[in-house]
Design a protein around this ligand. Structure first.
Ligand code: OKP
Ligand code: ZN
Length: 352
């Protein structure tokens, strides 16, 4: 592995992440083309490799199952492997019977029981899903490893499928393994970790995983869950539980929110909470479905806002792992990611 210079932002990506191809999702009783496509990360990859002064792309090593099992239930991981074994190459499995587990048992060797492990009808399983999700998680994990070792102040996991909706026991919202949570879990023994989730949607999975944890602060800006996915969480009143009370901060924003409003909430709510926590590490769940042209989001951020946002987070001066989440306007996705990372890099340089 080449020695890092101060100019490098290491990027992790593996081509096997492209093999997961959800064909459609069920939304409002309609079958619509799935927005979470392999072309998303191909576009980001192209953009990052064109900017060769700032980024170095490399492949992660395969992540051992034992690491994933520190964040996810063994039954969930078994179900993914059942799907990898039993589904035909062109098959996508959408459960049509869901149930709230609440202590009920479900058998992960029976694909008919997938509904027990799944939150919604937009997140199919295929034979390739498990492998793609493991490589996606590996990208986040390797980025965290580099930052945790002090080898880089900033690293980016070009993750896909995304992760922030996946909880310990369930998948959904296009997410299977919680990449940001895996990264945070790996850093946690070395010091307090703050996770900032800037995806348009609330990171219900990440919130749930760290809800009782006082060493991991979760701060999320997202669309009001009264109106937008995931509907059942993301409300301001959710502030943590037990020892984790006070270490979960939800900042729901109204439809139509623009860069000014967004950055104002960052400045007045998110950054003060982050500074008060004084984390050793920062993990950013970076979604770009807040972009004005996003087909499923409803905010109005512009490319320049992402650079500004990055700069302000960079000013915290905390070693940072960025994990890719959503963002579905593929044409400008690479531009927005690059702007954000450039901002973080610049912001971080002006500290101390
Ligand atoms: C994943 B990530 C839109 C329905 C919404 C779920 C959204 C999942 C978003 N037709 N379906 O970007 O947070
Ligand atoms: Zn999203």
């Amino acid at each position: 592995m080449p020695r890092l210079t101060s100019k490098d932002i290491p990027v992790f990506f593996h081509s096997r992440q492209l093999d997961h191809r959800p064909p459609y999702e069920w939304a409002g009783g309609e079958r619509i083309r799935h927005p979470e496509t392999p072309s998303r990360i191909e576009a980001i990859f192209r953009c990052l490799t064109n900017e060769d002064t700032l980024f170095t792309v490399r492949a992660p090593e395969r992540l051992p199952l034992s690491w994933i099992a520190r964040t996810h239930a063994p039954e969930l991981l078994e179900l993914y492997q059942t799907a990898a074994r039993d589904l035909k190459a062109d098959e996508s499995l959408y459960p049509f019977v869901f149930h709230r587990r609440r202590g009920a048992r479900a058998d992960p060797s029976q694909l008919n029981q997938t509904g027990a492990f799944c939150l919604d009808s937009g997140t199919p399983l295929s034979a390739s899903t498990w492998d793609a999700a493991v490589w996606s998680a590996a990208c986040a994990f390797e980025a965290a490893r580099l930052v945790g070792r002090g080898d880089s102040r900033l690293a980016y996991g070009l993750c896909r499928p995304p992760g922030h909706h996946a909880s310990r026991e369930q998948f959904g919202g296009y997410c299977y393994l919680n990449n940001a949570a895996l990264a945070a879990k790996s850093l946690r023994p070395k010091g307090k970790v703050a996770i900032v989730d800037i995806d348009f949607h609330h990171g219900n999975g990440t919130q749930e995983i760290f809800y009782r944890d006082s060493k991991v602060l979760f701060v999320s800006l997202h669309a009001d869950p009264k109106e937008f996915y995931p509907y059942f969480s993301g409300y301001a009143a959710e502030s943590g539980a037990g020892p984790g009370q006070g270490f979960n901060l939800n900042l729901p924003l109204p439809r139509g929110c623009d860069g000014r409003e967004y950055l104002h909430v960052i400045e007045t709510k998110a950054l003060p909470a982050l500074r008060a926590f004084s984390p050793a590490f920062l993990v950013v769940s970076a979604g770009f479905d807040t972009y004005k042209a996003d087909p499923i989001g409803a905010f109005r951020l512009e490319t320049a806002d992402y650079e500004e946002l990055g700069e302000r987070l960079g000013h915290l001066g905390v070693p940072t792992v960025v994990v890719q989440e959503g963002g579905y306007y593929v044409q400008h996705l690479g531009l927005n990611v690059t702007a954000f990372l450039r901002g973080l890099y610049k912001g971080g340089r002006n500290v101390s």
